[in-house]
Design a protein around this ligand. Structure first.
Ligand code: LLP
Length: 472
């Protein structure tokens, strides 16, 4: 919990904001930890990958997601190098498109998909199915058949029904499938309830404590068409406290050893999932891939020694920690409004040309973001502002609290960093909004890699007939 959740410090007339939100000394400056590697400001104009955002918006419009290719590749490479003795799977659910799937392969990472749609993107990018992992607690029969036929490297099973279904599919196709068993390690990860997955009372995995995980391994081993490759644990997302990973690793290794001892099968692999936290505000203090790797290696080595077993080949699945900081969203300010609050304070509401349709995380998880003016410097004193979207919902907030120049005005560009993970991938067409494009920037060149939706895209699925004589 951050200090701001404990309450606001109100002063009559002026809103001081939550205690953790410090007014920056220079409101025009970037806070490096929140921005991608090539982000820079000159005279108040923000550029990324050598592309000025005002010029980018002039050409491509706003709102737009801007993806720093150099930064993305550097983060992917940092995981690859720090975890050189692991397999690193990029979690495609955080953000996936054909170009990014290609970068992932070029940087030597594998890919984790969790639907036929994500699988299709991977194939379209030319990725080798043997280097894919397939997740999901309710994969359809058709999804499983396609994965098996393609020879997907690992299918992570999540229920007894799925084990039966997969056994039946492999038998009818006369092939084998490589399987991992998703287990619940019983760890309370310190994150939002909806993105924590290793405590017992939630939909993912087989419980280790209740014996379901051991039973799942037994059933997989009993099926001639299934090859049990290893156990899989993912404890949640946006996690800073690495003790959760350590406890989970110990519990999963203990089960790994138990399966070898009791079922006579030594599994070659083990996956410890993703979930590594990133900085959304100056309060967040993320670890580095190198430190994470060091910690995991030490725990695994000591636990293997204690159990008297060899370490399986390990893998991880970072999503947010690679793409999250690589992307920002640029918006245009449309209206500015001061709202009187109880006690005489006023809050400045800055409305932008996007909102919960391109970033649902603030509304859904009470997530924190920051923002900066991207089109000009300002000498005006800072005001505490709330950046809101254009949707018909009061909870349509992009940035809850941010100091912005007091002369913020329609036409200014605002950029929100850290929107790479779970923003475009969870974007919606609420209010028939058109989802923004993703524009990759590098060496002064802006390249559209996901184009802006059009009204025709929206209407393409609306197959109802118009009233007779209706005009368009
Ligand atoms: N592996 C598995 C099995 C997962 O379920 C996930 C995320 C990951 C890896 C990647 O986690 P990451 O490193 O990106 O944290 N929509 C939420 C996050 C949901 C995470 C779902 N699974 C959010 O916006 O925070």
């Amino acid at each position: 919990m951050r200090a701001h959740e404990a309450g606001w410090a109100h002063a009559p007339g002026a809103l001081r904001g939550p205690a953790w939100l410090r007014q920056p000394e220079d409101i025009n400056a970037l806070v490096p930890i929140l921005w991608s590697e090539t982000a820079a400001k000159r005279d108040g104009v923000l550029s990324i990958g050598g592309v000025s955002l005002p010029e980018l918006v002039a050409e491509h419009g706003s709102a737009a997601y801007v993806l720093d290719e150099v930064d993305f590749r550097a983060r992917a490479a940092a995981f690859r190098d720090a975890f050189s003795d692991f397999d690193v799977y990029y979690a495609g659910k955080s953000f996936l498109c054909t170009t990014v799937a290609g970068w992932i392969a070029e940087e030597g990472l594998r890919l984790d998909v969790c639907s036929d749609g994500e699988l299709t993107v991977a194939l379209r990018a030319g990725l080798d199915p043997a280097l894919l992992g397939y997740h999901g607690n309710n994969k359809s029969r058709a999804e499983l058949v396609r994965a098996v036929e393609l020879g997907v490297g690992r299918i992570v099973v999540d229920s007894f029904h799925e084990i039966e279904r997969l056994a039946e599919i492999t038998a009818s196709l006369g092939v084998t499938a490589r399987v991992m068993v998703r287990v619940t390690a019983g760890v309370e990860a310190h994150t939002h309830e909806f993105i924590a997955t290793a405590h017992e009372d939630q939909k993912f995995g087989f419980s280790i404590t209740a014996g379901d995980a051991l039973e799942a391994a037994r059933r997989v081993l009993a099926e001639p068409g299934l090859r049990l490759e290893g156990l899989h644990s993912h404890i949640g997302s946006q996690i800073f406290d690495t003790s959760g990973f350590e406890v989970a690793a110990r519990r999963v290794l203990a089960l790994h050893a138990q399966i070898a001892a009791e079922l006579g099968h030594t599994m070659p692999e083990m996956d410890l999932g993703g979930g590594f936290g990133i900085a959304y505000t100056t309060q967040d203090d993320p670890s580095t891939p190198a430190l994470l790797a060091e910690g995991m290696r030490a725990v695994i080595a000591s636990e293997c020694e204690r159990l008297g077993i060899d370490s399986p080949r390990l893998s991880i699945e970072p999503g947010r920690a690679i793409v999250g900081p690589s992307m920002c969203t640029v918006y245009t300010v449309g209206t500015v409004k001061e709202v009187a609050l109880d006690g005489g304070a006023r809050r400045t509401y800055v409305s932008v040309d996007g909102g919960m349709s391109d970033n649902i995380r603030t509304a859904l998880y009470d997530a924190d973001y920051s923002a900066t003016v991207a089109s000009r410097a300002s000498e005006a004193p800072a005001v505490l502002a709330r950046v809101v979207g254009k949707h018909c919902e009061a909870g349509d907030i992009v940035v809850k609290d941010e100091f912005l120049p007091g002369d913020i005005a329609p036409g200014d560009l605002l950029a929100v960093p850290g929107t790479g993970a779970y923003c475009r991938s969870m974007a919606s067409n609420y209010n028939h909004a058109l989802r923004p494009p993703v524009i990759a920037v590098r060496d002064g060149v802006a390249r559209v890699i996901v184009r802006r939706e059009t009204v025709d895209d929206l209407l393409a699925t609306d197959v109802g007939a118009a009233l007779e004589g209706a005009t368009r």
